[in-house]
Design a protein. Structure first.
Length: 205
């Protein structure tokens, strides 16, 4: 059975339940869970980004929030922490997360109309790449970038930044690599979305 999501009007009043396909077809507002993960290495703050599977229907092969997903109709915000374990293989308690508030945004492409209320959280961990056990149907790699460089990218102080990470190949092996990332390598959001996220993360690290 297709995922069923709670839907809302633009004032965030609940108006019912709809299938995930209809949510994106008709542009209903709905809830998602976002978890941004940072780590500190040699007094430098780093941000982890996931590489979406090339087989994903939406935004394949682009870099995205560390872990994220839709909240189902019967789920609470606290239930959203399951996304961290499902996608990344990390067991994280909801109490370990720092709330970054709710972000609202919308993105329209030829394929979907996506209007989301994102319950955003920060997880300050001390994990390295060996700790990740990826759900390769969803995520095929992880990338680590300096938070200050990520800020420079989205505040238009630079056109590209260096990231270091790994990708999972078709045989399940891991390939370490370094790559230069520009804004077009990320899931499309308004610049103001990334700017707000960065400000909220910096206030809590």
């Amino acid at each position: 059975m297709e995922e069923q999501l709670r839907i809302f009007d633009k004032e965030k009043n609940p108006i019912g339940v709809a299938s995930r396909a209809d949510v994106h077809k008709y542009g209903y507002w709905h809830e998602v869970f976002h978890c941004w993960m940072t780590t500190r290495i040699d007094n430098e703050e780093y941000l982890y980004l996931q590489l979406r599977s090339p087989n994903k229907k939406d935004c394949p092969g682009l870099f995205d929030i560390t872990a994220a997903g839709h909240l189902l109709a019967e789920e609470s915000v606290e239930d959203g922490v399951r996304e961290v374990e499902e996608e990344l293989g990390l067991r994280v308690a909801f109490e370990e997360l720092i709330s970054l508030g709710t972000l609202s945004y919308q993105v329209e492409t030829q394929q979907i109309i996506n209007k989301e209320y994102a319950n955003a959280f920060l997880y300050k961990g001390n994990h390295d790449f060996n700790d990740f056990a990826l759900q390769v149907e969803e995520v095929t790699g992880m990338m680590r970038v300096k938070l200050r460089n990520f800020e420079q990218l989205w505040f238009n102080q630079t056109d590209s930044i260096i990231g270091y990470g790994f990708k999972v190949d078709e045989h399940g092996g891991r390939e370490l690599y370094e790559n230069r990332l520009g804004r077009s390598d990320f899931v499309p959001h308004e610049d103001t979305f990334y700017e707000e996220v960065i400000r909220k993360i910096k206030a809590n690290v």
